[in-house]
Design a protein around this ligand. Structure first.
Ligand code: CA
Length: 231
């Protein structure tokens, strides 16, 4: 399998180092230090993952990330942000913009490669396959059925789409606004708290007795499937 990574990094020494290490791992690497060019390259080379520096001259990494998320063809493009900032507010802002993960400078090559593999593993199979699994929750997208263990889960259409979206991006935190856009569609006027209502129904359907709740509420941010869930 040939995996192409687009590296968007204006520090040349770091870009060169990233290229060297990624190529050594067998990735095909395309690099640029320019945000606008990155936007063009995404359309041209259709990368499997973008490694995106937060601080770029001209258009910032975060703005670029926002652009990718706003377009349907790049909505699910795996993005790992490289950031020099480690503060909680910035981390939430990064996730809020739609990055799948981020890594803080300075980082080791080993750590970076592990992050990339994890992001690719959790995103790509789920996008391509009919059967999506998260712990004991199994969704058959062709049959439109959901099971938890042996139990059939009956969901309304909105809860189904909500779960499908979360299962396609396990571990990623979505804000209510992002869920509204992806699940309800951006042309529909629904209040953000509607998301809470449907998350509540989804939880009720998925969790019985003392079963673990697969959905994590992230305070001041939104919801995600809990990476700790499958044990
Ligand atoms: Ca930079």
């Amino acid at each position: 399998m040939n995996t192409t990574v687009l590296v968007v990094e204006d520090e040349e020494a770091l870009a060169t180092l990233l290229r060297y290490n990624l190529e050594k791992e067998g990735y095909t690497v395309v690099t640029t230090g320019d945000g606008e060019e990155a936007d063009m390259l995404v359309r041209e080379v259709n990368p499997d993952l973008v490694l995106l520096d937060w601080m770029l001259p001209g258009i910032s990494g975060i703005e670029l990330c926002r652009r990718f998320r706003a377009r349907s063809e790049t909505r699910n493009l795996p993005i790992v942000m490289i950031t020099a900032r480690g503060e909680e507010a910035d981390r939430i802002r990064g996730l809020d913009t739609g990055a799948d993960d981020y890594i803080t400078k300075p980082f080791s090559t080993t750590e970076l490669l592990a992050r990339l593999r994890a992001v690719l593993r959790r995103i790509r199979p789920a996008l391509a396959e009919d059967i999506v699994t998260f712990g004991e929750v199994v969704m058959d997208r062709s049959a439109h059925r959901v099971r938890r263990g042996d139990r059939e889960i009956h969901l309304g259409p909105t809860e189904y789409r909500l779960l499908e979206h979360l299962m396609q991006h396990p571990g990623r935190v979505f804000t209510r606004e992002q869920l509204l856009d992806s699940v309800w569609g951006s042309n529909v006027y629904v209040e953000a708290r509607t998301v809470d209502v449907h998350i509540g129904r989804l939880r009720k359907a998925l969790v019985r007795g003392d079963e673990k709740d697969p959905i994590r509420t992230v305070r001041a941010a939104g919801y995600s499937l809990d990476e700790q869930f499958p044990n």
